[in-house]
Design a protein around this ligand. Structure first.
Ligand code: FAD
Length: 461
């Protein structure tokens, strides 16, 4: 679709001429997000400054049936911000104020365009912890994190973004502004719309203010590494750690291909002659952290770890966490096209899932490297293809991933643990939810968005 000159003028009246972008180069910059294989140029990119402007834009869009795609940093990995039906990309990065950090109430109030790292730094400066810690934290926005319920490296002990959202200001597609939840830690008045909007991937409402819960900052955090001959042994060590009554902040794994790629990329001195690496870490008081790390190391040794080391100081701990955070960029260097998915399985079935993925990759003759959150069963299989124009290889990778999703569901898992559904995983959603639940989802979508303008072709479509 294309927008009429009158519509563009009305948008300019709302946000100011310089905040409505229609030049081809500027539209091209918003045609993609971090998901390969998906792109579509919007008709306009609009940068509102506040809730009122968002409400006026949505009212206009509903009246004129114009698709609107809310967008933070565009770092999602499921084509959630690709404007597949054209229309407006609503870029929320101008709403980037940290409005409040309260030590007394253990909360922060922010606009959605604040980056995750800026949010975490503001909490840290106040002696507090904002636990959600996605690998993309330097660029991703809190709005995008809430809309995808992003996870991260501390998910095992602290949970995901969903566990920290207390209240939202949300603009409905029809222009009404609602305030859900708020500053209260306990509030059961009405349906839990805060939770419904969290993870709704920009399909139900546009979030313009977010109140998150914070925690007192732990005195220290430390990490360690255990190397194993194979992923099965690393998986057994994870089970032993949890069954032993430990709940570390971090339990992440890398397979051999990832270790190799990360070492070449970051030069951290990792061993590359092993089959798998388990990165573990915990935070708390000085005395307890050391004990916890020793107990985790013992569990790894009991399951046959080849080598176990713990970081001596905070700087080395941070460097080891960086090894995990840079897994995706490191793998991206191995080929021109990197396709990643994040199906999740119950923790005890992780090793079985990885075996299944290896068999699927072999059958379809593609290379799949796997890393991820061993502690919560959420792994990221990454297919690296040398030539982005090789349509045969892309088709084989797509068939392989369809089988990976089916395998995850068969093992009691899900098609996405944290990255979201977007356009990329919509074809697999019914297999996960079932017909009745999907139909209910669609009825909820049309109650919020009767004209179907908000992020069409995604979740709820
Ligand atoms: C290198 C790398 C590492 C990553 N690591 C992780 C990780 O560890 N854990 C993890 O969970 N994800 C990870 N991701 C994926 C991604 O960063 C997350 O999904 C993140 O939450 C997206 O934030 P964003 O600001 O980029 O949102 P976008 O990509 O812009 O948008 C994501 C979704 O949120 C919606 N949205 C955005 N803002 C709003 C708003 N204000 N109101 C309503 N809807 C909105 C969009 O419509 C879209 O559906 C990673 C990505 C990369 C590239």
């Amino acid at each position: 679709m294309s927008l009429s000159p009158t519509t563009l003028d009305r948008l300019r009246d709302i946000v100011g001429t310089e905040h409505v972008r229609v030049a081809p180069g500027e539209l091209a910059a918003f045609a993609r997000d971090a998901t390969p294989l998906f792109q579509a140029r919007p008709d306009a990119v609009v940068h509102p400054a506040d809730t009122d402007q968002v409400a006026r834009i949505l009212r206009l869009a509903t009246a004129e049936r114009i698709p609107v795609v809310p967008r933070g940093a565009g770092s999602n990995l499921c084509a959630a911000t690709v404007a597949i039906r054209g229309g407006i990309v609503l870029a929320l990065t101008r709403l980037d104020r940290i409005l409040e950090v309260s030590r007394e109430e253990l909360l922060a109030r922010v606009e959605p365009g604040v980056t995750t790292a800026a949010m975490a730094d503001a909490a840290d400066a106040a002696g507090l912890l904002y636990p959600p810690d996605p690998g993309s934290r330097i660029v991703s926005t809190v709005g995008g994190n809430v809309a995808t319920s992003a996870g991260g490296l501390r998910g095992l002990k602290y949970g995901v973004t969903r566990n920290y959202v207390l209240g939202l200001t949300a603009v409905l597609p029809t222009g009404e502004v609602i305030r859900t939840g708020g500053r209260l830690w306990k509030d059961v008045a009405g349906y839990d719309l805060t939770r419904l909007l969290t993870g709704s991937e920009g399909t139900l409402a546009v979030l313009t203010e977010i109140t998150v819960a914070l925690l007192p900052k732990p005195a220290m955090a430390r990490t360690g590494l255990a190397y194993f001959a194979d992923l099965a042994a690393a998986g057994r060590a994870v089970s032993r750690v949890i069954a032993g009554g430990l709940l570390p902040a971090t339990l992440e794994f890398l397979d051999q291909r990832c270790i190799d790629a990360v070492e070449r990329y970051a030069g951290l001195g990792l061993r590359t002659d092993v089959g798998a690496l388990l990165l573990f870490g915990d935070d708390g008081d000085e005395s307890t952290v050391d004990v916890q790390l020793r107990r985790i190391a013992d569990a790894c040794v009991a399951e046959g770890a080849i080598d176990v080391t713990t970081a001596g100081d905070a700087a080395r701990s941070e460097a080891l966490l960086a090894a995990r955070r840079c897994s995706l960029p490191a793998l991206s260097r191995l080929g021109a096209l990197t396709i990643l998915e994040d199906a999740s399985v119950p923790r005890p079935r992780l090793a079985e899932m990885v075996d299944r993925i290896d068999a699927i990759a072999a059958r379809h003759e593609v290379t799949i490297a796997t890393f991820g959150h061993a502690g919560d069963g959420n792994r990221h299989s990454t297919c690296v293809l040398p030539d982005p124009r090789d349509s045969d290889a892309i088709a084989r990778a797509e068939r392989a991933f369809a089988e990976v999703f089916a395998a995850a569901i068969e093992l009691g898992g899900t098609i996405t643990g944290e990255h979201g559904v977007g356009a990329a995983k919509l074809p697999y959603l019914e297999a996960r939810l079932g017909t009745e639940q999907l139909a209910l989802l669609r009825r909820i979508k049309s109650a919020f968005d009767p004209a179907g303008i908000l992020n069409p072709g995604k979740l709820g479509s």
